[in-house]
Write a protein of this length. Structure first.
Ligand code: FAD
Length: 569
């Protein structure tokens, strides 16, 4: 590294998910080698890997791409410092290698960021952290250019003046990487589509089709039109994240549940207090767990917690004790910050699709993925990490190919390994020096980061002398009206919420969740999608309801259980 990337194959088409009605017609019209169920990072990664190897791929997502856990993570592409405690050395090594590779394949979208880890407890604890960080570098093979180092008093005074000095034993700096999880997932889906995968959102699988004892496809509903249709496929992979047990039940009713989901919340705080460009690994005063505070877009993203959950996977709630726990962690280390509940811009609650293991406590549940093969020949993927999605996809497609070959089918190897397939290549642009993880991204950098080589289209008028493509959507923010049209045409945004939450991330980072521009966005989307005024209003109301579930006041449960200690992400 850095190595050169493969020239993309001639069969690569446009970087676009394409017009949805045409993609649905395609899904109905032929038999696919593989049907992937679930459009999170795992499903999209599998679609990309399989398409790169030359298989014909259909992918359906029940809601929007990345609307499940893949938009609700800590946004780290990391080796996983915490997993060293669980002796998951193999996972840390694999994740560290992916961290390096993804920075190369998706420059700007995945970017390195320094973390400061202050230690206030005993000298012994300080030595333990030092040993852990040395091991972290060692397991990564010392291949990252910047290894950890102990910060001097002068470093701390100069660069982190707000950090609590009272009782500080030492502070270390190490590197991990940060991303925008939903954007990364969308980008993987678009690259998969450019290699021939047919990916459609808002299309839940309602039943699996069976011929003799073999699964041969799925019945699907188009949630936008309400129409049912069928997809024929030689092999089906279930990548349903926390919905995996529901999907497995469609295949084999009455099987024991495999999942043990845990819930993790994050809070979004104003980004102007913590030093720009640095993330912090903070020890929660309540229980000694690590809590990360990461510069993300123009905000500080703080999390996470870890508690068991068995409610509705689509809308996991949060409670005020969890919010206070995270606020305390930040205020304890930055006493002058004095963050209070009223400062919280948004709350994100997500579920880890962990696989249960008899006799294991929450904190011991591995972040490794598991492949499950059902009697009718369906493969299901559970567990895993955003960071290791490419490896999970590779192993899943290996298993798919083994099964299809055993059934007498043969596939010419297209010779493309996703290790060489760029995700965010910028043609004629250097990656922006300041990436998504760093607050204060300039508008041009923002566009390059979000759209790669397509960025210049955002500032060009869509018709000669017409449509003011470059008009701002929200005062003081880098978003442009042209992004709305782009998202509808190329990224399959079909609801206002798709755009505001998975594409712009207004839901999490903007004042009042960006509701100030919701009407305007609905009007632009409406032009493309044929919404009348009533439908536009309905879209805004739906988005307002979603925004409410991410704001502190009405959604929070007042008398909650304490968040469980244990390892998180
Ligand atoms: P999902 O993203 O949930 O995708 C599954 C999809 O399947 C959903 O979109 C769902 O709508 C769809 N689906 C369900 N049923 C159907 C159906 N019937 N038909 C069609 N589609 C269906 N990992 C990291 O590497 N770094 C981190 O910093 C990190 N932080 C995390 C923090 C938290 C709090 C959590 C919860 C997780 C974190 N993770 C992290 C883990 C990572 O986010 C997940 O492992 C990953 O996003 C899981 O992706 P997935 O595609 O398996 O699941």
């Amino acid at each position: 590294m850095p190595r050169s990337l493969s020239p993309l194959p001639e069969r690569q088409g446009e970087l676009s998910l394409g017009p949805r009605p045409e993609r649905i017609a395609e899904l109905e019209s032929r038999e696919f080698d593989l049907l992937v169920v679930g459009g999170g990072i795992t499903g999209c990664g599998i679609a990309l890997d399989a398409a790169a190897r030359g298989l014909s791929i259909a992918l359906v997502e029940a809601r929007d791409f990345a609307s499940g856990t893949s938009s609700r993570s800590t946004k780290l592409i990391h080796g996983g410092l915490r997993y060293l405690r669980q002796r998951e050395f193999g996972l840390v090594r694999e994740a560290s290698a992916e961290r390096r590779l993804l920075q190369h394949l998706a420059p700007g979208l995945v970017s390195s960021i320094p973390f400061v880890l202050p230690v206030y407890s005993s000298r012994w604890e300080s030595l333990t952290y030092r040993a852990g960080l040395t091991l972290y570098d060692l397991v990564a093979g010392f291949r990252d250019t910047t290894q950890h180092r102990r910060l001097s008093n002068e470093d701390i005074t100069t660069h982190h003046p707000g950090m609590r000095r009272d009782g500080l034993k030492s502070a270390y700096r190490y590197f991990d990487a940060v991303t925008d999880d939903a954007r990364l997932t969308l980008q993987v889906a678009k690259v998969a589509a450019s290699l021939g995968a047919v990916c459609v959102n808002h299309a839940p699988v309602t039943a699996l089709l069976r011929q003799a004892s073999r699964t041969t496809g799925a019945a699907v509903t188009d949630s936008i039109t309400g129409r049912d249709f069928r997809i024929k496929a030689r092999k089906v992979v279930l990548a349903g994240g926390v919905w995996l047990d529901d999907l497995l039940a469609l295949d084999t009713p009455r099987v024991a549940p495999r999942l043990a989901p845990t819930r993790g919340i994050h809070i979004v705080l104003p980004g102007d207090y913590l030093p720009a460009g640095t993330a912090f690994a903070l020890t929660a005063p309540a229980d000694g767990r690590l809590v990360f505070a990461i510069p993300w877009h123009h905000r500080t993203f703080v999390g996470t917690t870890d508690s068991p959950y068995d409610g509705d996977p689509a809308n996991p709630p949060f409670n005020l004790a969890e919010v206070d726990y995270l606020l305390d962690a930040v205020n304890h280390h930055f006493p002058d910050a004095g963050f209070v509940r009223a400062d919280v811009v948004a709350v994100q609650s997500g579920l880890r699709p962990l696989i249960s293991r008899a006799g294991r406590g929450l904190e011991d549940l591995s972040r490794r993925h598991r492949l499950i093969r059902t009697p009718p020949g369906v493969l299901a993927v559970g567990g895993g990490k955003l960071t290791t999605y490419r490896r999970i996809a590779g192993k899943t497609v290996d298993a798919v190919l083994r099964d299809l070959t055993a059934a007498g089918m043969h596939f010419p190897d297209a010779g493309l390994d996703t290790e060489n397939v760029p995700l965010n290549r910028r043609i004629g642009h250097e990656p922006p020096a300041r990436a998504c993880g760093v607050s204060g991204l300039a508008p041009t950098d923002y566009l390059t980061w979000a759209y790669g080589a397509h960025a210049p289209r955002m500032t060009q008028p869509t018709t000669p002398g017409g449509d003011p493509a470059g008009r701002e959507l929200l005062p003081g923010r880098p978003y442009l009206e042209s992004e709305v049209s782009y998202s509808v045409r190329r990224e399959m945004a079909v609801n206002l919420s798709d755009f505001m939450s998975q594409r712009l991330r207004c839901l999490l980072i903007d004042h009042d969740h960006g509701l100030a521009c919701a009407g305007r966005v609905a009007a632009i989307m409406g032009k493309h999608l044929g919404w009348d005024e009533r439908e536009q209003l309905r879209q805004v109301e739906n988005y307002r309801a979603l925004a409410t579930r991410h704001s502190l006041t009405p959604n929070a449960l007042p008398s909650p259980p304490q968040p469980n200690p244990g390892s998180a992400d």
